[in-house]
Design a protein around this ligand. Structure first.
Ligand SMILES: Cc1ncc(COP(=O)(O)O)c(C=O)c1O
Length: 475
């Protein structure tokens, strides 16, 4: 058997085995734990470390995947995987990834991948319409939200003459660290990202924003960009976007929105009004591999003015010079973003949007929002749980305070919840992560899975109560 270039029959046989495994895995998801406690050594011991000089049969490779990789992975598609901002993936997109790798299109320029680039343009334009951006806006698929934020901040830097002083960026204290990383990578400097205070709902405070910009102007800095959150990673807070636009206009700043977690919730009727003003941003980072349920990796950046993207990223070289092309066919993807070789990410976005349709996606996002609100209502009605922040979108932050803990100090309650989190993760029935809010520890969950039901939210609280009983009240 030629493992490098298998025959049609062999490809079919491999494919059938893979599909068999996939259906078995997805069919049995609810019966699996989300997570099991593991040790690096135990996993390494299962893997053959010898440098493979001879090949291995496909069935053997699949066996390793089935027996040594699946059971020792966190099951991100599980309906009670509430940690971080984790998408479940979907079979449609898994097939799209398979097909994208089969075609192995490389989206560097139009002529390298004509139909794939057209599909990317089309899907980017659908996303532009979903957001309500201007008709001339452009964008690109990138690896994820961090990369999309980097692109936005790079464009902001491009638009400001900073010969007279250091650039400054303004972002709330709740902003994702990828913004600070972008500032560091782009030479702006971590120290030039100003940490703006938040209100009681963790939204940026406009008075503090204006005060910081004014103080910086007085001190000779060059204010260049304000980052607005459309769903913070801790609590899902949405900054006052329309007001931020006004401040940006007043001080001639670039407005970048980090919508990596939250922006696709604009599709849901019950959340739409929170996003008013988002469509006025100069650039926005989004993550289809979060709330469009797609598997990693696919992030997206949309910008109002493609010419600014071009001014930021265009780079000429003799080995990439193009001959005899014009207009649309001369489109050069690398002029609009940082990457040269790019996989065919658009295929899974297109298959998802076209295959599922916005009506069903709206409904799925609406169900996620309903799950978080239901959890909040159960917590507020209980006498052993309390919310740490109000639910804004599908993130919920809360803590467990059983009767024997009520008289204890905040520090002791935080320590108990920290131990509870570790014990819950090891138990495996439900998975939460954590947040620090106002200096206090919080259990944090995020509903980002179309499989999650109201019943799963009840099971989560039951799991916490059950696991808590096995913990001592103090360490
Ligand atoms: C608000 C926010 N921004 C940016 C990111 C980074 O996105 P990625 O992990 O796709 O790089 C995240 C990730 O969770 C996020 O929640």
């Amino acid at each position: 058997m030629d493992m490098l270039d298998p025959s049609a029959d062999e490809i079919r046989a491999w494919g059938n085995s893979v599909i068999e495994l996939m259906t078995e895995y997805l069919g049995g998801l609810r019966d699996r734990g989300v997570y099991r406690h593991m040790f690096s050594r135990r996993i390494r011991d299962r893997l053959d470390p010898a440098l493979p000089t001879k090949g291995t049969h496909f069935d053997e490779l699949l066996k390793v995947f089935r027996e040594d990789i699946i059971p020792f992975s966190r099951q991100n598609a599980h309906p009670r995987m509430f940690g971080y901002v984790q998408s479940p993936g979907t079979p449609l997109a898994a097939f799209a990834d398979l097909l994208a790798s089969t075609l192995n299109a490389n989206l560097t320029v139009w002529r390298s991948a004509p139909a794939p680039v057209e599909l990317e343009r089309l899907t980017i334009d659908w996303i532009r319409q979903i957001l309500g951006f201007n008709a001339e806006a452009g964008g690109l698929f990138v690896s994820g939200g961090s990369m999309a934020n980097l692109v936005g901040i790079a464009m902001a830097r491009q638009t400001k003459d900073h010969s007279s002083g250091r650039l400054r960026i303004y972002a709330s204290s709740e902003t994702h660290f990828s913004i600070i990383k972008a500032a560091a990578l782009l030479g702006i400097g971590r120290e030039n990202v100003r940490n703006v205070a938040v209100d009681e709902r963790f939204r940026i405070r406009i008075d503090d924003l204006v005060a910081k910009i004014t103080a910086d102007l007085d001190a000779g800095y060059v204010p260049s960009c304000v980052v607005a959150n459309a769903g913070t990673v801790n609590t899902g807070a949405i900054d006052p976007l329309a007001e931020i636009r006004e401040v940006a206009d007043r001080f001639q700043l670039w407005m970048h929105v980090d919508g990596s977690y939250g922006a696709f919730a604009v599709l849901a009727e019950s959340a739409r009004k929170l996003f008013v003003g988002m469509e006025q941003a100069d650039s926005i980072a989004l993550d289809p591999h979060k709330w469009l349920y797609l598997p990693v990796d696919v992030g997206c950046v949309i910008y109002r003015d493609p010419e600014i993207a071009r001014a930021t990223f265009a780079q000429e070289a003799e080995y990439t010079r193009m001959f005899g092309e014009e207009a649309d066919e001369a489109f050069v993807c690398w002029d609009y973003g940082p990457e040269l070789s790019r996989r065919f990410r658009a295929l899974k976005v297109w298959m998802l949007l076209k295959g599922i349709g916005l009506d069903s996606l709206d409904a799925a996002i609406e169900r996620n929002l309903a799950c978080a609100r239901y959890l909040e209502s159960m917590v507020r009605a209980s006498d052993d749980f309390e919310m740490v922040s109000a639910v804004e979108l599908s993130i919920f932050c809360f803590r467990h305070v059983p009767a024997q803990l009520k008289s204890q100090t905040p520090k002791a309650i935080d320590a108990f919840n920290e131990r509870l989190l570790v014990a819950l993760q090891r138990d495996g029935s439900s998975y939460l992560s954590n947040a620090t809010l106002g200096g206090r520890f919080a259990l944090r969950g995020c509903v980002l899975n179309y499989r999650t039901t109201l019943r799963d939210m009840e099971i989560l609280l039951d799991d916490l109560r059950r696991v808590a009983k096995s913990l001592p009240a103090s360490a």
